[in-house]
Design a protein. Structure first.
Length: 705
């Protein structure tokens, strides 16, 4: 559920969206209020913030430039479309030399075998001399050296050198090659700083030997672990084959199904391998991540294509064209797309690693939420262009994870669910996992409410998880493992995310339907893991093996769990119905604000608590706040909010910071907001509690609320 080698900045930006949005959200895509002819002009012009919107303008996305191309590629711009045809040409590679029959290999250690997609994989030393480039020797000591591989031939071999073929998960960088000559080991070559996947090592002078020993003292450190990996050791010098390739830049991270338009190819179905990456750092001959990395291993990290001779269009679709041959992973998230004229040895004879391929265009079928200027229900703009761009970048991050739940795209680890198939959801990543986790919705849901307000993306998931509530009250974190992944903290995120959803959407029907689920969770399951101190204690009621968002091995009274529990209990206190016109307030029990104490926005069981971050509650109905309520125009920098409907608005009245504050009476049969007027002085003289409102006058609110 958490990124492996990719950065976590995207999640951080999504969190920042909700925070930055609290500076000042407007709810009109047409800019500031205008009158007369100015209003007509404003309607025909784009709002000033439109230039920060990141999403593509249509679902048919084209690359913007050629990043790199290698020898063997003619007219690389042809792949951009409208510039002729890109031609990739590769001659048939020479067959590499092989060791005499009966040659053995012994490694200093061997990683344990495993199973990928039902296919057993081994990492024995013998893989380094089996002639199969898809298998390799993998030692068992991560980051520990030396690692050694010894090859012994039944007959003497004349060697001018050897060639090491490694694996893209990481290559040997520093190593020596020793030869057994006249019964003694002698160093015949030393290599330092290697980064080549295939590296030819020429000896100072040829040797005749029956045994070669390779001793590795440093491996390339990658996200796959610092292990020694050797796929083949060839007895001789084998020049590295130059694989023709072209890398295209789409200008931004996108997600969906890549498409390639082929203008033709030579006979024999020459192969194309497609790799993708979000960054140049992880741009190699394999993708930085594919669905196969999550266990559904039908590819080694690239999509394979057997190109026919005539014109054709290939669209990346999960599956194989011939049994287990020529396979693709389907949907990808990436910025850079690399196309290579190459083929897997295991895909023969369906395709081959040489020939000629002509490409007339490359594109992407963009599947996430298409965030356009017109789709923004809330927008943000300040005097700082960089801050503005951060906000819309964060919004785009959220758009990328808003997509339709499809069985071929979701996490292959038992996450497919017929109750979600075909529904729009908020996934936990644009490409990795792609399963809607409620902990992610606690952040991405708020981001959506403040930008495009496509409420169904959150509610579909929240409702589905509640519908799969366990009999003891526990609510699953996601559909993975058929709704059984045991997480200790995520049920509380379901509570807070449900509160956020109803608060911002005004969907009282959701609250009415799933309030019993909340009661069962909070009254049955969490009390079963509460100790005598009144605190949650992981380990009670058989929860010692439960994980959390980080899968940290912690038990007992963990601060994080209990802090989240407090937030869930606050929500539990808001579960009552809103006050109606027939409800009378018991004045004796009304909570009071004494002196200059800032009045919070919530009250539960005699305790005040702050809910200031929920100022922007809804999207239907309009309400002027602050000084505008008293007949004056709002000052520069004033934030405005709108309420969902009159009834729900009575319970979640949004108040201007520094102007009015509210509290909820919790010792009542219903929820009622009490407004207290105060005069705190000029806005700029009163820094905000969170520090992010100090430059409030520089912010511009757009639209009349």
């Amino acid at each position: 559920m958490r990124p492996s080698r990719r950065t976590r900045s995207l999640a951080a930006i999504a969190i920042a969206t909700a925070a930055v949005a609290s500076l000042g959200i407007a709810n009109s895509a047409t800019g500031a209020p205008t009158t007369g002819s100015a209003a007509s002009a404003a309607k025909s012009a784009q709002p000033s913030w439109a230039k920060y919107v990141v999403a593509p303008t249509s679902r048919d996305v084209k690359p913007v430039k050629v990043l790199t191309s290698t020898p063997g590629v003619a007219n690389p711009k042809g792949a951009l479309g409208g510039h002729g045809v890109t031609t990739l040409t590769r001659t048939k590679p020479a067959t590499p030399p092989t060791w005499p029959s009966g040659t053995t290999a012994v490694g200093s250690s061997t990683a344990g075998s495993n199973t990928d997609n039902g296919v057993p994989r081994t990492y024995f030393a013998a893989n380094a001399v089996d002639g199969d480039t898809t298998t390799f020797w993998n030692d068992a000591t991560i980051g520990a050296y030396p690692d050694s591989l010894t090859l012994t031939s039944p007959t003497a071999v004349d060697l001018p050198g050897v060639t090491l073929l490694s694996n893209s998960d990481g290559v040997p960088q520093d190593y020596t090659v020793d030869a057994l000559v006249a019964g003694s080991w002698s160093t015949v070559a030393t290599v330092t700083g290697n980064t080549d996947l295939q590296h030819a090592v020429t000896f100072a002078s040829p040797v005749t030997t029956t045994s070669i020993r390779i001793t590795v003292t440093k491996d390339q450190s990658t996200g796959k672990g610092e292990y020694t990996r050797i796929a083949e050791v060839y007895p001789g010098i084998v020049p590295a084959a130059q694989v023709p390739s072209i890398t295209l830049d789409f200008g931004k991270v996108v997600a969906g199904y890549p498409e390639i338009q082929f203008a033709g190819a030579s006979a024999g179905h020459p192969g194309i391998r497609v790799a993708t990456s979000e960054t140049k750092q992880y741009l190699t001959e394999i993708s930085d991540f594919t669905r196969s990395d999550n266990g559904d291993t039908i590819t080694p990290g690239t999509d394979q294509i057997a190109v026919p001779t005539g014109k054709s269009t290939w669209k990346d679709t999960h599956g194989c064209t011939d049994g287990t041959k020529v396979c693709s992973d389907g949907l990808h998230g990436f910025r850079y797309l690399k196309i290579s004229l190459d083929a897997l040895a295991s895909d023969a004879p369906d395709t081959q690693a040489f020939g000629t391929v002509k490409i007339s265009g490359v594109s992407l079928d963009f599947t996430p939420y298409l965030g356009t200027v017109s789709s923004y229900k809330g927008n943000f703009e300040s005097s700082d262009a960089t801050l503005n761009q951060y906000w819309y970048d964060a919004s785009y991050t959220n758009e990328l994870i808003t997509d339709t739940f499809r069985s071929d795209d979701v996490d292959p680890r038992g996450a497919d669910s017929p109750t979600l198939d075909g529904k729009v959801v908020l996934t936990d990543g644009a490409k990795r996992d792609r399963d809607p986790y409620v902990g992610d919705i606690a952040v991405s849901g708020r981001t959506d409410y403040l930008t495009h307000a496509d409420d169904a993306a959150a509610s579909n998931v929240l409702a589905d998880l509640a519908d799969h509530q366990r009999s003891d009250g526990w609510i699953p974190p996601a559909s993975i493992n058929d709704y059984t992944l045991p997480l200790f903290d995520y049920p509380m995120y379901w509570v807070t995310a449900s509160w956020d959803y109803e608060l911002y959407s005004g969907d009282s029907a959701y609250g009415t339907k799933y309030y019993p689920n909340l009661v069962k969770l909070m009254n049955d399951w969490y009390p079963s893991v509460t100790d005598s101190n009144g605190l949650l204690s992981k380990g009670l009621n058989g929860t010692s093996g439960y994980g959390d968002y980080a899968f940290l091995g912690r038990t007992g009274e963990v601060t994080y769990y209990n802090a989240l529990y407090v937030e869930a209990l606050k929500v539990d206190g808001h579960g009552d119905r809103p006050c109606g016109p027939g409800d009378r307030l018991d004045e004796a029990r009304r909570p009071r604000v004494e002196g200059d104490q800032r009045a919070p926005l919530g009250f539960r069981r005699g305790r005040l608590h702050r809910l200031g971050h929920r100022r922007r509650a809804a999207r239907t109905g309009r309400q002027r706040l602050g000084s505008a309520r008293r007949g004056r125009q709002p000052r520069a920098g004033v934030t405005r909010s709108r309420l969902p409907d009159q009834q729900h608005g009575d319970a979640v009245r949004q108040l201007l910071h520094g102007q009015r504050h509210a509290r909820l009476g919790r010792d009542e049969p219903c929820l009622r907001v009490h407004v207290v007027s105060r005069d705190p002085g000029p806005v700029l003289d009163r820094p905000g509690r969170l520090g992010h409102r100090r430059n409030q006058a520089a912010l511009r609110g757009h639209g009349e609320q």
